[in-house]
Each structure stands twice: as C-alpha cells, then as structure tokens.
Ligand binder design. Sequence first.
Ligand code: GLU
Length: 383
Amino acid sequence: MPKGKRIVVKVGSSLLANPDLLTPRFGFIQRLLEDISRLRRDGYDVILCSSGAVALGLNLVGEKPDTAGLSDKQAAAACGMPLLLNAYKQVGHEYGFEIAQILLTLGDFEDHRRFLNTKNTVHRLLESGIVPIVNENDTITTEEIKVGDNDRLAAKIAQMIEAQNFIILTGVDGLYDRDPSEVGAKLIEEVADVSDYLQATTGTSTLGTGGMLTKLQAANMAQNAGCTTYIANGEADFPLSSVIRGERKCTKCIAQDQPASGWVTWLSDRLQMAGSLVLTDEAAAQLGKRQPIHRRDVVSLDGDFSRGDVLHIYDSKGAERARGLTDFTSEETRVLIGNPELPADQLLGYRTRAELIRPNNLVLLEDHHIPWEAPESVAAGQP
Ligand code: GLU
C-alpha cells in the first residue's frame, strides 16, 4: 500500500462497551489496535474517532443509557474518557504505538482559527507516528451545539486532513435496502450517490447517538470531499484492513472524482446553522445565475446571526437550495427587509450596497447533497 495515505476510523459505542455491564470490550479493542498497527506497517496514517466515553462512564455516575439525561451524560463522558484512553494506551503499547487524545466541539470546525489549530495538531501528531484519538468534548457541549454524533465528527476530520479512506465500524455489515431484520433484506455493497438510500435509514443504536442516517450523512460529506467511505461490521478479525483490501462485504460509498474545494466544503457541510433565509420564488429560480441576494429577494429570515455566519437558504416550499456567508447581522437584515422602501444607507447608518450574500460567498447545494431539515418555522410555512 502506498505511503502517506490517511485513514479515519470511526468506532461506535456498542462495539466498545458491553451493553449490559457497560464495561470496556477489551477483546474488540485488542483486535482494532492490532489491525491499526498492521495498517501503520503498510504505510497508513490512522486517526481514530472513538465513541464510548458516555457508555463507559455511566456506571460511575450511577446511570443507565436509556434514562440518563444531558448532565448525566456529560458527567459520564468525563468519567468514561480516561477509562477509554487508558484502554487504548495500554493496548496500543502492546502493539508498539502511542496514542494522543483530541476532544473537539462543533465550534472547532466552524471557526477558521480553531479549525487550523486542530488540523495542525493532528498533522503534528501524525508526523511523530502517534495515533490521534478524537471524540466530541461532551462535557462542554449541550444538545443543540453537539456535533450530533461521532459519525459526522469523524467525517469532518476526514475532510480536514484530506483522508483518502474513512471507515465507519458498526454492529451491522453496512447499509441494507430495508430494515436488516426483515427477511430478504439485501446489503448494498456500492453506493455512488448516498442520497438515493435515505429511505432505508431509520433507527439508532441504544448506546450511541447515530443511526444509519447519520452514517450516510457522514459518508456524503466524506464522498463530496473526495474520500471513500466504508460502513462495515466491527465484529471481524482485522476489521479495517480486511475492508480496505476488499476481503469482506460492507458498503462502500465511492468518493467523488472531482471533489469540492476546501472552501466549498467548509461552507456547505455545516453541522449547525446560524440562521436561514427563505427566498421569493423568482429569486430561488435565479440562484443558478450567481447573483447577489438582495433584501427584495427575501421573504423571511430565521435565527440570530452575526456578519460572517453561514445561512441556509430555502425556497418557499422549504427545500434547501444554497448556503452562504451573510454580510449583515440578523438585526440588520430584519431592518433591511422590513423597510424595503427606505435606502439601506439611511437604515443602517453607513454606506452599503446592501447585498445580503455576495455571489462569491454562495454555494448552491448540488442534487446529491443531503440537506439538513428545514427549521420548524420554514416547514410550517410561516418563517
Ligand atoms: N461522544 C459520545 C461518547 O463518547 C458518543 C457520540 C456518538 O456515539 O456518536 O460516548
């Protein structure tokens, strides 16, 4: 295998924690790290995105997966993370490598400066031959600012370090054409366009937060950034290299051969929306012409945003059409839209062309992109 290739591996809680005892599954960790050492020998840099902190910490705070609330989970994550890291550290030594911990939040991907610091740190660790172990910093996140699940967090890492391969290890063999427990369900072995399979994606596991939907969203992000994603069963010998070598069945989501630029990816694959605009039908129809979005184009807006935030742009039917960086705060935008007859300079007190979003700061969502659900207000038709 070629040198300098990067693999991001995401491992779910149900592989790492015994579902009844909520204790580490050392057998699995052993197999995983043994295979990571094999990949490293083959010239791969491996970044591990590991869940399991919450599940492994629940016993210590006296909670159960199905009844634990947000603060229980935050406390559990604080207890479980050292436990998990200790297991990785010990077993890593057995296979001759060192690990390091990186805890991230959504803001670290969305803020350019923190993004760069994170990226530099990951690269520096890889230079020293250390395996970075990434997880969400659950203790300082709350429901609405969570990356949401480690599937997408791992996809963000894959985009960030331009990994060629992204492996999501889970409890099933991959994506099925229907509920895998139904008779006749078939494994889909190759996916060119992830959005074709959304109907087959309901359900989440009890220990993690993600289901097949988040795995596909993650695969879509990675795919768009030129990274091939494998969704595979973790319960196998050599769970990673067997997938890379094509030795066992899984779902392979093929990378786009013309991946989007870093800027387009950064702008379009946001995990959290600052706000949204709903456009008039005429303006939505003109989006392809890459004109600026003016106040006359906007029917309504939602959210509390600052200049430079990314807005999601919907048409009047609630379909997300584009994402763009706003030049104005939500307050300014409300004033501009609410007083269409008054000059913008007079309303805002400074000279401005009042282009809410400039064409350079606008990315149209391509058909294959999986959009986020419209905010409730948009879906209800009264934004
Ligand atoms: N960060 C969580 C944990 O370590 C897991 C989130 C997820 O499963 O996606 O337990």
